[in-house]
Design a protein around this ligand. Structure first.
Ligand code: ADP
Ligand code: MG
Length: 704
């Protein structure tokens, strides 16, 4: 980590925002600890702790007018109470109102006092989400208050914000502390960090007003707009958040680029020797990208380059050539892949290509343990030329002798933090390694500029010759028997087939079971053809054995879970059937389909679906039938799903925004980038404060 002196100069005006939360009245150690769990340690953290959503308690809805899926406030009288113990204790309270309808309130957590208070005749004002129940509608765990005899119910005058919170810190208390913090907001001009000239050039309204508005929407606020995040106040904040994210990535880049890296530009004997032994010639795109990489590697500044290329575009050999540049100069290369299966495939490719050149390729995965692990670690510390593995590479205790290049495959599964962790492995001699990131997830350009603002981008925009596009059809599960018949015919012609079982959001165990069931079904239906099975719960060596047998042509059909999604390469496989294809997103379907069409034979993909198809699923399958262009599919995916999923960042949290949403706010990005470049060039001190403000503790990554 860098020292903090790379940080901008201290603010010139005393900034009330940087005071600790304990300076607020009524915030003692216990409350401060709860706030700390939310990352809220300074007053300004509270200013920027924005509502997740809003509740409308400004009116009361008649039970007869309730609709499932909505949140509503209801006033009613308890008509009946039942305590049950089916499966687990529960309290069911039926309330009725003047609309002569009944609503069921259900509680799973309740104490005795609570149960005793909720007797028939009690008047309640409750708020919650309405759901369908066995009979009529219900609310599970509504918030409620009891109303005394003649007491009239008092509705709120404004929308109530709902904040992200933590165990033991209620909304009311959190809102009250935030209120106290907001009272300390400095005047607009002092709060603003985006320079006035840039604000007016881009029509940015007052930050102060925007903050006050989203925390305390006035009674006449437009709920619909607020709920969708499209209110101008929210858009103003989204702009600033996107700007901050952009600036932090740019700064991260600048900090890394200030370091020194080993110059890996030695004469390219190994490079030429590998090219001579390959059974193919590089495509023009591979050559161009390889040259871009080679040029970066020869510099004394660390390379920060993303190579994007559609599935099957041949990124692996480009990575291998980069590794050779490091080897030639006497430095080590580390290659990380997101899954064991993919890492193993890289291992085989690299060993096949590099070992004939006398280059050692070491293997270091999570499940390499005990003596084997100690030996592998010793070789890494001793200078093994190329080290391939999964995330385990980044764990404590892995020391490289002379790490010169880090290659990360399928970056969308890694977070920025993970990338940086590996980066730090190379700090000996004050040199940091070059970084090459490979991704098969094509990203629309505007998004790439935001999500990868710290990287230079190269595109392998051409497939190796001789590939024929995959013919894709969608078939209802009702015609499953016909599809199996088609598989039989394909096997008879010597073609190999993937049958992919998909179950999403279920356990690995259920996925494995589904694959086993399909395996049994196909084995029975395809007497004479050898059907193999591969799923995530199998031992690594059994998975490998299945892959090897399929690759060697010993298996006609391979029944698989989505473990084969990334990177698996068997050129002779020319038919793929994807079950329940309607449940998968476009990116995943595209990745899966990329497993066929890798050889010269014409390939087919059958998307089996379970009718009836929803609108979204119908559109997705339509896109898959129409195109195999990864970029078009990515654009479409963005349109249909939103960028969190396109970028696969759900897992990494890299782009967990407070208020911005890349799909909704993509129109802001050009201005964000323009303002960002000007701020970096002309107002670097404000840049640091913006990052402090929005990213806070996480900003140390920007200095890593
Ligand atoms: P991806 O970009 O999806 O990682 P791979 O690197 O796995 O693609 O390459 C896909 C397949 O294409 C591999 O079998 C690889 O050996 C082959 N390949 C790569 N480059 C070429 C080329 N220029 N000509 C022919 N085949 C190639
Ligand atoms: Mg690959």
């Amino acid at each position: 980590m860098a020292t903090r002196n790379a940080r901008s100069a201290p603010p010139t005006i005393a900034d009330p925002g940087t005071a600790p939360v304990t300076t607020l009245p009524g915030v003692g150690p216990a409350l401060a600890a709860s706030l700390g769990r939310l990352g809220l340690t300074r007053v300004q953290d509270l200013w920027f702790h924005l509502p997740l959503r809003y509740e409308d308690k400004t009116r009361i809805t008649a039970i007869a007018d309730l609709r499932a899926g909505e949140r509503a406030q209801v006033e009613g009288v308890v008509e009946a109470v039942e305590r049950g113990f089916r499966y687990r204790p529960q309290l069911k309270v039926a309330i009725g109102d003047a609309s002569a309808q009944t609503l069921l309130l259900r509680f799973f957590h309740f104490n005795r006092a609570q149960a005793e208070q909720l007797v028939p005749g009690t008047r309640l004002l409750c708020y919650g989400e309405v759901r369908h129940a066995a009979q009529g509608l219900e609310m599970v765990h509504p918030s409620y208050q009891r109303l005394g005899g003649g007491e009239a119910s008092v509705v709120d005058e404004q929308l109530s914000p709902v904040y992200p919170t933590t165990e033991g810190l209620g909304q009311k208390r959190l809102a009250a502390v935030i209120g106290k913090a907001l009272a300390l907001l400095p005047p607009a001009a002092q709060l603003e960090l985006i320079p006035p000239a840039l604000c007016s050039a881009h029509g940015l309204t007052s930050l102060r007003d925007a903050l006050l508005y989203v925390h305390r929407p006035p009674p006449d606020a437009h709920l619909g707009q607020l709920l969708l995040g499209r209110h101008p106040a929210q858009q103003r904040l989204a702009f600033e958040e996107l700007l901050t994210q952009h600036l932090s990535l740019r700064r991260l880049r600048a900090v890394v680029r200030q370091r020194r890296a080993p110059m890996l530009g030695a004469p390219r004997q190994l490079h030429r020797r590998l090219l001579r032994t390959l059974p193919f010639r590089l495509t023009a795109a591979q050559q161009r990208v390889s040259e871009e990489v080679a040029h970066d590697l020869a510099q004394a500044q660390p390379m920060l380059r993303l190579v994007q290329g559609d599935v099957g575009s041949g990124k692996t050999v480009v990575a291998a050539l980069a590794a050779l540049a490091a080897v030639q100069a006497g430095y080590q290369t580390a290659l990380m892949a997101p899954t064991e299966l993919l890492a193993e495939q890289h291992l085989r490719n690299f060993r096949q290509w590099l070992e004939p050149l006398g280059i050692e390729v070491a293997w270091l995965a999570g499940k390499v343990t005990g003596k084997a692990r100690r030996e592998a670690l010793a070789r890494v510390a001793d200078g093994a030329a190329v080290v391939i593995g999964t995330h385990a590479l980044m764990q404590e205790g892995v020391a490289f002798a002379r790490l010169g290049l880090v290659i990360v495959d399928e970056q969308h599964r890694f977070g920025v933090q993970q990338r940086l962790a590996l980066h730090e492995k190379g700090h000996q001699d004050r040199l940091v390694p070059h970084q090459l990131v490979l991704t098969a997830t094509p990203i629309p350009r505007t998004l790439a500029m935001s999500a990868y603002a710290d990287l230079d981008v190269s595109s392998i925009d051409e497939l190796p010759p001789g590939r024929t596009p995959v013919q894709t059809i969608a078939v209802s599960n009702a015609r499953r028997a016909e599809v199996i018949e088609r598989i039989r015919a394909a096997c008879a012609e010597g073609r190999q087939v993937y049958w992919v079982c998909t179950l999403i959001e279920e356990s690995e165990q259920l996925r494995a079971q589904a694959a086993e069931v399909a395996h049994a079904e196909l084995s029975a239906a395809l007497a004479g053809a050898v059907v193999g099975l591969i799923h995530g719960r199998m031992k690594a060596k059994d998975k490998q054995a299945a892959m090897d047998a399929f690759k060697a042509g010993e298996l006609a059909v391979l029944v698989a879970t989505t473990v084969i999604e990334v990177g698996v390469d068997v050129p002779n496989a020319s038919l793929m059937v994807i079950e329940n294809s309607e449940r998968l997103g476009l990116a995943q379907l595209h990745q899966l389909r990329g497993r066929v069409g890798r050889g010269a034979v014409a390939s087919n993909c059958v998307l089996l679906y379970q009718p009836p198809l929803g609108q979204l699923a119908r559109e997705r399958l339509q896109v898959m039938r129409e195109t195999s262009d990864g970029f078009r599919i990515a654009e479409k995916d963005l349109e249909l799903r939103g960028p969190g999923e396109v970028l696969g960042t759900r897992q990494t949290g890299q782009l967990a925004f407070r208020i911005a949403d890349l799909a909704r706010d993509a129109h802001l990005l050009p201005a964000v980038q323009a303002v960002g470049e000007r701020m970096l060039a002309e107002f670097p001190d404000r840049t640091g404060r913006l990052i402090e403000r929005w990213i806070g503790g996480a900003a140390r990554f920007a200095d890593a």
